[in-house]
Design a binder for this molecule. Sequence first.
Ligand code: ZN
Length: 398
Amino acid sequence: MSLEEESMASPTTSSCGTCKCSANYDKKKKKKDKKCELITYEELPDWLKDNEFIHGYYRCEWPMKETILSIFSIHNETLNVWSHLIGFLLFLCLTIFTAMVIPSDGRSNFARSNTTMRDYYWGDLMVMANMTGVLRHEALAACLLLNPADLSEHEQISTSCPTNTSSFSSSFSIYHHNHHQQQQHAVQDAATTVVTEPITRWPMYAYLCGAMVCLLASTACHLLLCHSPRVASLTLRLDYAGIASLIVTSFLPLVHYTFLYHPRLRLAYTVSIVTSGIVAVSVSLVPAFQAPRLRHVRAAVFSGVAVSGVIPVVHKLVIYGNVVREAVTSTRCEAAMGVFYGIGVVVYTARVPERWFPGKFDLVGHSHQLFHLLVVAGAYAHYLGALEYLKWRDTIKC
Ligand SMILES: [Zn+2]
């Protein structure tokens, strides 16, 4: 509001005109202005004190409406809010992409396609899903125009997977070719067999939902936490429950698709991870768990549950590491996820770089923002790994 508008709106010049009315207005306005100004760490009440290396730009006990609208203003939580809100939108797009592009079973979406299209479908899809490989995708898209006879080379790689359906071939091919007319480089690996029975998609969607819940809960927490101690307590619990949901649902594609034909192992792993998740959520609901000084304990609890994922991954490699290519490629994605999350936890607990330069990273670049970006990167790497599982189970049945 401009000075001119302010003076027009002020009751001191209004028809009311009484001193009492004016005093009340000034008092209310002062209170509101005071509520909606950014303050320093020293001015914060104890319940809002979390990171002494961030010196300024704090909101404190703003009214709910102003707190929500502060998503569009600059303060030390702005990038924390937006980093996970954009992450949420990314996963919403990935969910839509998964639902619309990836076939719900091994046949239906190929009905109108020829064999070559089908053979290349999964390989091309993986490139589409990998947004970092856009250029490569363009090259591969051109390859789809090729006649199979134009493919100059192809080689067979055998696999020791047992044949258990008539439509399943015990080998899958890697087409490796150079396109001499339109592209200089176009390399495509593609599975040549498609199983006829649908492979369930629910573990994939459960993971996508878990990721979206985590990112949205985190967004709400960072936006609303400053409103009051009650809201802070509620949103922090929501945030921790969201983290647990991301971790637990991350296991589902791994466990379900890896042990698709080992029901007892699948059940044992699923029960143990869900139990661990329930324990983690229960612990995180204890009010004392939210204390800033317990940052290391929180990191240890969630990291402990996440690190237990190493066991089924190693188990997967022992069973399938030498015979199924996707068992290895999905593990690479899981390793990338582990690296992102691992660095994120270290940054979160160490509170760097603001520890080294207190007050210099209040708005941009502090540890929690870096942690958020690493979480989104890790979750995305895991999504690519989950696609590998779908590719595996849509093309090979063993
Ligand atoms: Zn956060």
